[in-house]
Design a protein around this ligand. Structure first.
Ligand code: FAD
Length: 408
């Protein structure tokens, strides 16, 4: 049990960060209630890449082996431009021969986290969209859309995602502009493992306006990403899949089987992203974690991993501190530098892949492959991919077995 004592904790959001935080805190003996706006909690979108960092948190939850069975081991990242010149070429093995990432379908990750949450003592209240938090001395009560109050809680963990309503409500000084580009994404069968075989996250780009990604996510499936301006992704605006199919086949003819399936299935999810920067992690007893605190573009594939690390760091900070104020300060000290780095690095890198600035595409094609081979830069780029950066000048190392060592 933590030295803070047993806390009443409310967690808003049953996504990656919220479920991990709720489970870890309930395991530590805190009394946890999770609020989810949907009647049936569910994942949205296709697949994602878990880094050694996120996998370490899944291991702490006892979920790593199941995740590895469901997902696909990824050995690195390969990007080519439309002329098939290398743009990116990074390998986890540079960090440790046993290191890898894991491509996994969101549905699989969600089921694992949700099953584990259900086994814990945390209580889940669904169909409860939280619209406000009312302070009550040092405690906080959450208010749902129907006006029902829940609490009071010693700690409210706001894990309500990149488009967080609580952030808007409680931290009006936070910045969270939308990126001008987003993407569509779908998961399709790769029955002949044409794309899965090299076990790579692969990308093809043409300038900065055309980008496609293919990520094996296990069980002979691949998630396909296609970049589009955010304006084209507005709800209700139709996407011309025939035009997309034509353009995608021109960019990546070898992926014809996957492109045809995606074009015919017509089940693309749409995603827009925000560049989230908070002035501080908490407003009194309300702490923001996950995308609500540091949403970025997915260019570096870190968001879910950062959310899992937040969840773990919160449970450790509460265990190591004498009171809540000290615990939240310790949490901020541990999580501030890495999440700031990934937010800044994603923001710097994104226009080289998604923007209306063709010169950035030319610079990317000319310089990035060189950087991937340069002795000083390659280790930095690989540790960035693996989620190991603490900041621009420092990074964590993997342990003797090639795994990420979590803070005790
Ligand atoms: C195209 C794309 C590709 C990506 N690829 C990767 C990748 O390869 N690797 C990676 O690590 N990350 C990736 N990400 C990022 C990753 O998806 C997010 O960082 C991660 O899902 C954030 O988790 P979260 O728990 O903070 O928020 P979410 O997963 O968004 O969960 C928020 C939860 O809160 C609920 N909620 C929202 N508002 C309320 C409310 N008011 N009341 C109650 N409940 C509420 C929602 O319904 C949801 O269940 C990608 C993102 C995109 C868009």
């Amino acid at each position: 049990m933590s030295s803070v004592g047993k806390l009443e904790v409310g967690v808003v959001g049953c996504g990656v960060a919220g479920q991990a935080a709720a489970t870890l805190l309930a395991d530590e003996g805190h009394r946890v209630t999770v609020f989810e706006r949907f009647a049936e909690p569910r994942p949205s979108g296709a697949g994602l890449l878990l880094q050694p960092t996120g996998l370490a948190v899944l291991r702490r939850l006892g979920l790593d082996e199941q995740a590895e069975r469901l997902g696909a081991r990824i050995d690195g990242l390969q990007g080519l431009n439309h002329l098939k010149h290398t743009v990116l070429d990074l390998a986890y093995a540079d960090l440790h021969p046993a290191a890898f990432g894991l491509g996994i379908h969101r549905g699989s990750l969600f089921e694992l986290l949700h099953g584990r949450l259900r086994q814990s003592r945390a209580r889940l209240i669904t169909d409860a969209e939280i619209v406000d938090v009312v302070r009550d001395g040092g405690r906080a009560t959450v208010v749902d859309k129907a006006g029902t109050r829940h609490g009071p809680f010693d700690l409210v963990v706001a894990a309500d995602g990149a488009h967080s309503r609580l952030r808007e409500r409680l931290m009006p000084q936070a910045r969270a502009p939308l990126y001008p580009w987003g993407c569509i994404w779908a998961t399709v069968a790769d029955s002949r493992d044409m794309i899965s075989a090299p076990a790579m996250l692969q990308q093809r780009v043409r300038g900065t306006t055309t980008m496609m990604g293919l990520l094996p996510v296990g069980q002979h499936r691949v998630t396909l990403f296609w970049s589009l301006p955010a304006a084209a992704l507005e709800a209700g605006r139709p996407i011309d899949l025939e035009a997309w199919r034509f353009e995608a086949l021109e960019l990546w003819p070898e992926a014809v089987a996957l492109i045809e399936q995606a074009a015919n299935a017509d089940d693309f999810a749409r995603a827009t992203y925000r560049h989230v920067a908070l002035p501080h992690w908490n407003d009194g007893p309300v702490l923001f974690i996950g995308d609500a605190a540091h949403g970025t573009s997915p260019q570096l594939g870190q968001g879910a991993n950062l959310g899992l690390l937040d969840a773990h760091a919160l449970s450790r900070a509460l265990a190591a501190s004498d009171d809540l104020v000290a615990a939240l300060a310790l949490f901020a000290r541990r999580r501030g530098p890495p999440s700031r780095f990934y937010r800044q690095a994603s923001h710097l890198l994104t226009p080289f892949f998604q923007s209306n600035q063709p010169l950035l595409g030319l610079a990317r094609d000319a310089l990035m492959a060189v950087a991937c081979r340069a002795p000083g830069l390659r280790p930095m780029m690989t540790s960035t991919l693996a989620g190991l950066r603490r900041g621009w000048l420092s990074a964590d190392a993997l342990d003797a077995e090639g795994r990420y060592p979590l803070d005790p």
